[in-house]
Ligand binder design. Sequence first.
Ligand code: CP
Ligand code: NVA
Length: 489
Amino acid sequence: MWQRFTERARRVVFFAQEEAGRLGENYVSPEHLLLGLIRESESAAVRVLQNIGVDTAHLSAEIGDQLPKGDGKRGQDMKLTPRSKRVIDLAYDEARQLNNDYIGTEHLLLGLIREGDCPASIALIGFGAAYEPAKKAVIAVQSGSESSKPADITDTTMKGPAMGGVSAMRLRGRDLLSIDDLTRDEIETVFHTTGVLKESSKNWEQQSGLLRDRTLAMIFEKPSLRTRVTFEVAMTQLGGHAIYLQPSDIQLGVRETIADAARNLERWVDAIMARVFSHNTVTELAEYARIPVINALSDLEHPCQALADFYTIKEQKGELKGLKLAYVGDGNNVCNSLLLLAAKVGTSMSAGCPEGYEPDVHILARAREIAGDTGAAIEVTRDPAEAVKDADAVYTDVWASMGQESEKAERAKTFPPYQVNAELLKHAKKDVIFLHCLPAHRGDEVTDEVMDGPHSVVFDEAENRLHVQKALLKLFVQNKSFKEFVGPE
Ligand code: CP
Ligand code: NVA
């Protein structure tokens, strides 16, 4: 098996054995291979990781932190675990695809990313080493056309001084207030990480080390079923903890200022998730808290929902580019996030909304600007049938959102022509899927026959809220075991 291995790739395996031995194991897992790979610091694999902005020192620290610490017996001729064997098979496959007649460290790296169902893959992806960018970087390194500076690192959005050492990590420590906070590549990373975590969701033991001992504060100014439960379950499954703060608990801006609440929370917890009436509240929380703040619905956007929606569409249809999404009803927070996400991933979107209930003008303009680059068509029409025409996916939401209860009666007069029913769905493609963020008001914006019919994927969509939440937490939340938190050695 080893004849085609380069000198450096052999050394990686040797280092992996040493790492395993140091940790008291007598087998070599993908995590040991990754530690070995990073130790071989002059290798093509490490150059690839650096070129795509992965901080290898932190990655190594995180992996080391997740592995059980043994007695440190020295092993010889250690066996590879079945997952490590699969990594080697995948490395061979990568070499074949790249027409290389040797197995180098770069092939081992791609094999580790592709394996998917192990902490090494999850950590790599979480640090920004998704398969596509890594493969591109391997090709660049092999052809000598690599750029000398790390790619696409959004330093300007990094948070305060405690995070200073992690500038190479793309999403870690940042806020998610709007879909527009994410680049197209970062959205891909979120989807990829979601896929890996969903695929390995039965692997409780492996996932429970990912955010061990981390705490999420969940601020709710409004009710919730899905968002509250999925964020809380996500933290539990990743080994952390979530604190539910109901409206009467902290009374943001009433008991104390939003800034003071933020400046308290950042001293105790690792991230804040907030569901608020005014979007300004999440932006203010983010401004004053030097920990990630995630918007879990405001009057302007619902980014976590839109990510789960597009992940579901991708899962159902395979591709996002070139599809048409129709949104029918109120041009609300959900519609706004969907417009931005559609534009970013190249899905055309047509919103059928009554006069006076169109999406936010600034968001619409921004979505059209982004769509100029991706080729998506972004339209708003008064005619629901026109919006739905030839759509691959049809989406609706309640006619009056939380906070608009006083407008309910008025809206009930305007919206009935925008009900998604079997008749309206006839205008879409035959294999159309139906989505709804839920809760649904059956008989208002959607009929039972559509909600419960063959096109409906609403409960798969609701399930995906959990997998996306886990990916977001894994990607955005800082792991405090990193060295900068305990000071330099
Ligand atoms: N879709 C959604 O956010 O549901 P909840 O309001 O129940 O959280
Ligand atoms: N537009 C709805 C979404 C609920 C998940 C609201 O804001 O109430």
